[in-house]
Design a protein around this ligand. Sequence first.
Ligand SMILES: C[S@@+](CC[C@H](N)C(=O)[O-])C[C@H]1O[C@@H](n2cnc3c(N)ncnc32)[C@H](O)[C@@H]1O
Length: 282
Amino acid sequence: MQKIQNNQRHRRIKLESPLFLGLAVMGLIGAALLLASVALTSTSSPFLCAWGGRAGPNATSLQLKAILHYATSRVVPQQSLGEISVSFGVLRSLGPTNFLVFGLGHDSLMWAGLNPGGRTLFLEEDPKWVQTVLKGAPDLNAHTVRYRNKLSEADQLLQHYRTEPDCVAKNSFLRGNHNCRLALNMLPDEVYDTEWDMIMVDAPRGYFPEAPGRMAAIYSAAVMARNRKRSGVTHVFLHDVDRKVEKMYAEAFLCKKHLVKAVGRLWHFQIPHEANVDADFC
Ligand SMILES: C[S@@+](CC[C@H](N)C(=O)[O-])C[C@H]1O[C@@H](n2cnc3c(N)ncnc32)[C@H](O)[C@@H]1O
C-alpha cells in the first residue's frame, strides 16, 4: 500500500515538473500551428472538409483568411452592420449562391467568406486597386471593368435610354450591345454566362462628376435580373441610395414595386424573372 502511494506521488511530481509542462505547452502550440497551416494552405484536406458541411475546401480556407484579416485590420467595411445584415440574411437563406459584386473594397473578403461554396465575383473599375486588393487576398475572383460614361452624364443617359431601341426593356441585352450606352457590353463571358442570384451594386465610385457613375451598373443589374431563366427572384442590393443618381436610376430600372427592404443607405430589391414579360422595366 505504502509502495502504491509512493508511486502515485512520484508520477504526480513528474507530471507537474516544469520540464514536463514546458514540453506539453510546446507540443500544443506546435499542433495548433500545424493545423492552422494545413487549413490555410491545403485545398484538399479532410480536416477542412469536415469543418463545414456545405463549404468547399477553398471557400473554407478563404473564410479562415478572412477571420485573420478582420481580426488584425483597423479598417472596416463602409456598410454598417445593419446594412450588411440585409444581404447576409439572404446569403444564409440561399446557401451557396452566385453573387456578383460591383466594386472591390474592404468588404470583399467578407462577401466571399459569407458565401462558402458559392461563386462570388467582383467587378472593379480601377485596375491598380484590383492589383492592390488581390495582393492581399489572391483568392478573390475579380475583373476590371471599363465604364463608358461619367456621373455628369446621368440625366442625358436617361434620355438616351428612352430613345434608343437597344435599351428598351423588352429584348434588352448586354453582351455586344454597342448602341445602348447604359449596357455593360464588354464584361468577361463568365459574367454573362452565369445566372446571378444576388447582385450588390456598391461601385463604381460615383461621387464626383468625372467619375463613372453607377448608371450602367444599375441598368445592367436590372437587365441580368429580368433575363434570368431559372425560377426564383434575383436579389439586387444598391448602396448609397441617399445620392440623387442612385435613387433616380433605382426608381427607373429596379422599381419601387420590387423594393422589399430599406436599411440605412441600402435598398434591397427582389426582381422576379417574370419581370421580362413586362413591357417596361417598372
Ligand atoms: C464606394 S466604394 C465601396 C467600398 C466598399 N463598400 C468598402 O466597404 O470598402 C467603391 C469604389 O471605391 C474605390 N475604392 C474603395 N476603397 C478604395 C481605396 N482604399 N483606395 C482606392 N480606391 C478605393 C474602388 O474603386 C471601389 O470600387
